[in-house]
Design a protein around this ligand. Structure first.
Ligand SMILES: Nc1nc2c(c(=O)[nH]1)N[C@H]1C(S)=C(S)[C@@H](COP(=O)(O)OP(=O)(O)OC[C@H]3O[C@@H](n4cnc5c(=O)[nH]c(N)nc54)[C@H](O)[C@@H]3O)O[C@H]1N2
Ligand SMILES: Nc1nc2c(c(=O)[nH]1)N[C@H]1C(S)=C(S)[C@@H](COP(=O)(O)OP(=O)(O)OC[C@H]3O[C@@H](n4cnc5c(=O)[nH]c(N)nc54)[C@H](O)[C@@H]3O)O[C@H]1N2
Ligand SMILES: [Mo]
Length: 644
């Protein structure tokens, strides 16, 4: 049934309030999304901690870039997708793209790789499939899924063996090399070849292409990151950069190709379980004091870190009784999705804010229809750390409100009248103060400045905090009077002088290879990996509604090698069933020699019978809490048509 806004918001507030009274604040869960603007992500994190008082908030970015973020923080003391602008890519000598398929997932960025090759640079692609991206590479390495850690160590071994390390750089700018070197030396190329399936001559060629030019980059995406050892895997690729002097130098470095609409900004301002705005840590007393002051609350009232995304979803209906979901569709996108769907349906109460009626919204008690990106103003932060202002282009349809309106109204109904403005610029003005002095410092960035410039790179601190004039300390002053006109130029390139660690040095990870959480065996002899196609976006909630996109990518499929197809009797276009320890999924076979014979691939954009995530393994990375979307053990059977 439909209801008016007031009635619907009354019901949501009443149910959240009642649940809190009965079971305590941690019985309330909040789940956000990396597609939300900085303002919304910030307001959602504040809403959870200040209004609901719950520690149980996390977001879909945990499934996205959390391993790269953890590895970047560990190595460099700071996580920003790219520590350099995208325009640097064509000017370097060699790029290794690890588990990234921009031909399908970031088509506009392809020109950077094309220009790189036109300029005489080389592209190496590491992917178990010969993707459209791999087709454009000078060298394609096709490791078995989940073995990138061994691959990186094998390359590092050869770098040492061939005398290609940069000893002066290692001495002056890093720590931990002795241990990392010892680990790499234990990973003999022949051994790495057996683990990964990448031949020793190919390893040698990769080392030569990477080491010979004056500058080079390693870029990772979800392939090596969405593993139960994603943080260590990215760490090993960073080690390769550090040993060869290719980080924190012009046109060299490690970067992570960010995913969602606001994948970078969405991970900085507090919708993550352990985080406060400005990329501060929730368990850091100084950070708590700073943010509590901006929020006008007692630091002791802020809850501590909560559960990570999968753990939060897994606790629904048990510890967590009511959920507010804003910007994600976990019924399709969470690992072990049939189980998560059951957890969601066992909630006492589910409220979903969405721009469409997503598969998860279908299960909700209340769906609140909100505006989407072109329909409202807000800032996002690109993978290069560039903060961008997007002005409203069209008005939302009648009856549609904004996420900020929802939070404002719910806060008021739950007894917090102030601090949740509906004007994005007012929210941003407060975000600036909350982020001031943090790693992702936005305090020198204003809407006025963003309107005049083509984005500003963080950190961009406010140069002189003259907080004495009129309007000082008034976070709700939309004209940002508390801030003088910012003059800090922003920071397009990080780490050129020093890394963001305490001693200014980058830290080697120095970790040994370990297998995936679920290696193949007799019962489940193959590896399933998952990913994307160009015409569908994520859980498909938005793109499955667009006729042209559905025509281009009408449904799920199972990519398998001709040899495997022959063995199981699969026929092109006929259904096959993929079976894992979590369940079964059926979709048409797509037979191609572009995939390893020991591996099958499914895109994850669809619900129902062909839902890839029915199969995936929620084994979590110990540091980032990233699930192992990129490998689990399966068997595949051809569906024998019923005899007439
Ligand atoms: N069209 C489209 N574009 C998108 C999205 C979308 O859904 N659709 N989503 C956006 C988002 S949120 C994200 S995060 C990005 C993701 O962008 P990508 O990371 O490029 O996308 P994926 O297809 O998940 O994975 C990339 C590649 O990793 C490979 N791979 C699988 N397992 C392994 C492995 O073990 N090792 C290695 N090295 N590679 C492996 C896959 O074969 C795949 O080609 O795309 C963004 N852009
Ligand atoms: N097997 C497998 N599973 C995966 C992955 C994989 O590679 N393999 N990749 C993972 C990754 S990288 C990601 S990012 C996740 C993404 O998975 P999801 O979080 O499910 O991503 P979306 O489909 O983008 O869902 C976002 C929802 O928010 C809505 N929305 C968009 N903008 C707004 C807004 O401004 N406000 C509100 N309230 N709602 C909005 C959309 O309509 C949509 O319903 O999937 C993960 N799942
Ligand atoms: Mo993502």
């Amino acid at each position: 049934m439909t209801a008016g806004w007031a009635q619907a918001l009354d019901l949501v507030a009443e149910r959240l309030g009642r649940t809190r009274e009965r079971y305590g604040p941690d019985a309330l869960g909040v789940f956000g999304g990396g597609g939300l603007t900085n303002e919304k992500a910030y307001a959602l994190g504040k809403f959870a901690r200040v209004v609901l008082g719950t520690s149980q908030i996390d977001y879909n970015g945990r499934f996205c870039m959390s391993s790269a973020a953890a590895a970047g923080t560990r190595a460099f003391g700071l996580d920003r997708g790219l520590p350099f602008p995208l325009e640097d890519i064509p000017k370097t000598g060699c790029v290794i793209l690890v588990g990234s398929n921009p031909a399908e997932t970031m088509p506009p960025s392809l020109r950077f790789f094309r220009e790189l090759r036109e300029n005489g640079g080389t592209l190496i692609v590491v992917d178990p499939r010969r993707t459209r991206t791999a087709e454009q590479a000078d060298l394609h390495l096709a490791p078995r899924p989940g073995t990138d850690l061994a691959l990186a160590l094998g390359l590092l071994h050869l770098v040492v063996a061939e005398g290609r390390t940069d000893e002066a750089y290692i001495r002056e700018r890093t720590t931990g090399w002795a241990e990392a070197r010892a680990v790499a030396m234990a990973h003999w190329p022949e051994h790495v070849e057996r683990i990964t399936g990448v031949s020793v001559p190919q390893l040698r060629q990769a080392v030569r292409l990477f080491c010979e030019p004056a500058a080079a980059m390693v870029l990772t995406a979800r392939g090596p990151e969405q593993q139960s050892k994603g943080t260590d895997t990215v760490g090993a690729w960073i080690d390769l950069c550090l040993a060869t002097g290719r980080a924190g130098r012009p046109l060299s470095g490690y970067g992570c190709l960010t995913g969602q609409g606001n994948g970078q900004g969405g991970r900085e301002h507090g919708q993550k379980a352990d985080q406060l705005p400005g990329y501060r840590k929730l368990d850091d007393p100084a950070a708590r004091r700073h943010v509590a002051e901006v929020w006008g609350v007692d630091p002791g009232s802020l809850p501590g870190p909560g559960r990570s995304a999968y753990e939060l979803l897994d606790a629904l209906g048990t510890d967590i009784r009511a959920l507010l979901l804003m910007g994600s569709n976990p019924v399709v996108s969470a690992p072990r999705a049939a189980h998560i769907e059951k957890r969601i349906t066992s909630l006492d109460f589910l409220a979903v804010c969405d721009v469409v009626r997503s598969d998860t919204a279908e299960l909700a008690d209340v769906v609140l229809p909100v505006a989407q990106w072109a329909e409202e103003t807000g800032t996002t932060t690109s993978l290069e750390g560039r903060v961008l202002l997007r002005r409203q282009a069209v008005g939302p349809p009648p009856g549609v409100r904004s996420d900020l309106y929802v939070l404002h109204e719910l806060a008021a109904r739950l007894g917090v009248e102030k601090g949740f403005p509906t004007d994005p610029e007012e929210v941003f003005t407060e975000l600036r103060r909350a982020s001031a002095g943090g790693p992702a410092d936005y305090s020198g960035i204003s809407y006025r400045r963003l309107a005049a410039e083509n984005g500003v790179f963080w950190p961009c601190p406010e140069p002189k905090p003259t907080r004495t004039g009129p309007g000082a300390g008034r976070p709700d002053s939309a004209s940002a009077k508390g801030f003088p006109d910012a003059v800090h130029p922003g920071t397009p390139r990080l780490f050129l002088d020093r890394f963001a660690t305490e001693d200014g040095r980058a830290r080697f990870a120095g970790v040994a290879y370990r297998p995936t959480a679920e290696e193949p065996d007799v019962e489940y002899p193959l590896l399933l990996t998952t990913g994307r196609v160009v015409a569908q976006y994520q859980s498909g909630a938005q793109t499955r509604r667009v006729a042209e996109l559905n025509a281009a990518a009408p449904g799920p499929f199972v990519e398998l090698h001709p040899r495997l197809a022959a063995r199981i009797g699969a026929v092109e276009g006929d259904p096959v069933t993929v079976i894992s320890r979590r369940g079964r999924a059926t979709a048409p076979a797509r037979i191609t020699s572009a995939i390893r014979p020991d591996t099958v691939f499914m895109p994850f954009h669809w619900p129902g019978e062909g839902r890839a995530n029915t199969l995936t393994n929620p084994a979590l990375d110990p540091t980032s809490r990233m699930p192992e979307f990129k490998s689990c053990a399966v068997r595949v059977e051809a569906v024998v048509p019923a005899s007439p």
